[in-house]
Every structure is written in structure tokens, then in C-alpha cells.
Design a protein around this ligand. Structure first.
Ligand code: IPD
Ligand code: CA
Ligand code: CA
Length: 267
């Protein structure tokens, strides 16, 4: 089977994410209710998360029936083509529930284990981030790049917290150690959009314990293509730890994150 062109995968991802974005905005206007809880009472899923994942699956696999798909809301299909779609049907569900605009549909295409195309579409913000491997990163069709590096004390840092109480207590403690060394933090509520904010120069860096692959697969490529670094490290309890910053400022941000206690096993 021939290797698919990343730009074709990107076009399909973008058209699909736009359609899913329109769907969730429409469902939002009709009213949103929590359909179920997951890892804790604050880890919610709405009917819109499920409807969005369903639509994404129909469109992607309708166009490419031999592909696999991993979706946050339960799809785990292997496929035979070597292409696997990694999907977060709504990243930022708590914002979505409250009517806050920071939520997005995230779709990445992995070929033989490497992400080659990714989109993060935030319909209520009017932002469409897109990237293909080697093809650069864009927001609404315009090329984006990370911010110039400034001293650590002037860096605005995005972060997030786990839905589990014990974990978020620990994460708040790491953050308490980092706070005196940076400009400030932002907790915007969407991992994918946080990483895209680093990619487009809206944030200087991002760190969070716990996100899953569907949270960062697409945004990670957007960030890499915009001149950023996203590392999946390990926290002291062995959970995934995302560290993200412009490539040039990466090492000193990482050192500060290690110093604050976020990284396990001696860093
Ligand atoms: C969550 C958001 C949040 C982050 C959590 C994620 P969800 O995803 O990205 O910002 O802090 O780690 O689980 O539940 O809204 O898809
Ligand atoms: Ca998510
Ligand atoms: Ca989600």
C-alpha cells in the first residue's frame, strides 16, 4: 500500500474538524448536559463529545476505510493501512459545559507511529491551527512561529490540572515552586490550545502532568513545525508530563520545571 501524502491527510482532517466544530457549536446552543463522569466527578463527558467523535469517525473512515482510529470517547480501531487517526472530539469539555470559548476539536494522523498531519479547530474562538510534517504550521492559513525567547522571569506559562484530587494537589505544589521564577501562569482549560498558543507565540511555555495522547498529538506537530519543542517526560509518580516551549528557550524552562519538582527520576 502506498504511503499517503500528509497534505491529503491534513485536508481531510481540517474538513472533518470544521464539520465537528460546527456540530458542537450547534449542540451547545441547544443546551449541554453532563452525560457521564469518568476518572472523577469533575471528569465529564457530554452527548456532544460523543456526537463529535461519532461524526469524526464517520468522515475519516468513510473516506479511508482501512485506517485505524483512537478516540478519547472509546474508539480504538486498528486498521490495516498504517494510518491511525488520534482524536479528541472536544478538548476543553469543562469550558464547553460552562459556555467558555476555549474548546477545540483535535485530529492527528499518524503514519507508522509518527504524526504527519494535525489540526486543532476552536470554533468559538475562530481559530484553526494546522500542520503537516515538513510543511510548516498555520493558524487560519497564516504561518505561525513561537515567541522570541525572554528571560525566565518574563515568561507566561500555560498549565493544567488533573481531574483527580490527589494528583491536582501534588500538581499545585509543583506549580507553587515554579511561580516565583516566571511572569505568571494561565489555566485556559484545553491542552491542545495551550500547546498551539506556544506554537503561535501567545504563551512562552506550557507544562502539565497527566494529558493523554489525544490531547497533544495534533498540537505537538503544530508546535514542532512552528519552532517549538514538546517533550513527553515522566512526573515523580510516573505519569506523563508534557513540557513545551520554543526550541531555543527549551532547556532553561525544562531546568526550572525540574527544579520545581515536576519531573521524576532525577529529570
Ligand atoms: C482536558 C483539557 C484540560 C487538561 C486536561 C485534559 P478534556 O481535556 O485539555 O485543559 O488540563 O488534562 O484532560 O477532558 O477537556 O478533553
Ligand atoms: Ca482532552
Ligand atoms: Ca475530550
Amino acid at each position: 500500500m502506498s504511503t499517503p501524502d500528509p497534505s491529503d491527510l491534513l485536508d481531510l482532517a481540517l474538513a472533518t474538524a470544521r464539520e465537528a466544530g460546527d456540530l458542537i457549536v450547534r449542540l451547545r446552543a441547544e443546551g449541554v448536559e453532563v452525560a457521564a463522569t469518568k476518572s472523577s466527578g469533575t471528569d465529564i463527558v457530554t452527548l456532544a463529545d460523543q456526537a463529535s467523535e461519532h461524526l469524526v469517525k464517520e468522515r475519516l473512515l468513510g473516506a479511508r476505510p482501512d485506517d485505524g482510529m483512537l478516540g478519547e470517547e472509546g474508539d480504538d480501531l486498528r486498521g490495516t493501512s498504517g494510518v491511525v487517526w488520534i482524536v479528541d472530539p472536544i478538548d476543553g469539555t469543562v469550558n464547553y459545559l460552562y459556555g467558555l470559548p476555549h474548546f477545540a476539536v483535535s485530529i492527528a494522523a499518524e503514519v507508522d507511529g509518527e504524526v504527519v498531519a494535525g489540526v486543532v479547530v476552536a470554533p468559538a474562538l475562530g481559530l484553526e491551527y494546522a500542520a503537516s510534517r515538513g510543511g510548516g504550521a498555520t493558524c487560519n492559513g497564516v504561518a505561525i512561529a513561537t515567541r522570541p525567547v525572554v528571560p525566565l522571569g518574563e515568561r507566561l506559562v500555560g498549565t493544567g490540572f488533573s481531574y483527580e484530587q490527589e494528583a491536582r494537589t501534588r500538581e499545585a505544589a509543583y506549580l507553587g515552586m515554579l511561580m516565583p521564577h516566571i511572569r505568571d501562569i494561565r489555566r485556559l482549560g484545553s491542552c491542545a490550545l495551550d500547546i498551539c498558543a506556544v506554537a503561535s507565540g501567545l504563551l512562552d511555555a506550557y507544562v502539565e502532568e497527566g494529558p493523554h495522547v489525544w490531547d497533544h498529538a495534533a498540537a505537538g506537530l503544530v508546535c514542532a513545525e512552528a519552532g517549538g519543542t514538546l517533550e513527553v517526560a515522566r512526573s515523580p509518580v510516573g505519569k506523563r508530563l508534557l513540557i513545551c516551549a520554543p526550541a531555543k528557550g527549551y532547556d532553561d524552562f525544562r531546568a526550572a520545571v525540574v527544579e520545581a519538582g515536576f519531573v521524576g527520576g532525577g529529570g
